[in-house]
Design a protein around this ligand. Sequence first.
Ligand code: HEM
Length: 140
Amino acid sequence: MDASTTAERARYPFFNNGLYDVDGEGSYPATDQGLYDLTLNAEDRGLFRPPSLRNVALTAPYMHDGSIATLREVLQHYSAGGTVTTSGPAAGDGRKSPLKSGLIRGFALNEAETTDVLSFFDALTDERFVRNPALAAPEP
Ligand code: HEM
């Protein structure tokens, strides 16, 4: 697809969810800058498509680079309005990224609410799909 046309962008929405900001201008680590790597448009840095949450409880680690280990930490990422990386080449404050979506604003989540959302994620596990022998890896 030509990811840069307006029609294609409307069909395939991408978002920057505030995972990184390595330079104060919204850059993600150079290893993967999302849509930017295809378009080379500066405003496309850190744009990724939200994946389906079906079976999400079984698919740790999370985000495009597996940088968030658990769903509890994913909730901390969103409640903080982004992720702060304190050291290394990815260091920076994703909460303050100028390219972060306006939908990622942070919110308060107490322990009971956190547990409720984690239970909701568990409810998205499709056991019949996961245990279907017809969909299993072939015998070696
Ligand atoms: C509190 C509400 C939200 C929850 C619980 C949530 C949950 C998640 C989870 C569990 C993932 C990781 C999926 C995986 O790696 O398999 C994810 C990724 C993602 N979400 Fe959200 N999400 C929320 C809000 C949003 C909003 C509002 C946006 C749009 C601005 C968004 C955009 C994305 C994107 C683009 C990714 C992929 C990021 C990457 O691969 O680096 N999410 N979300």
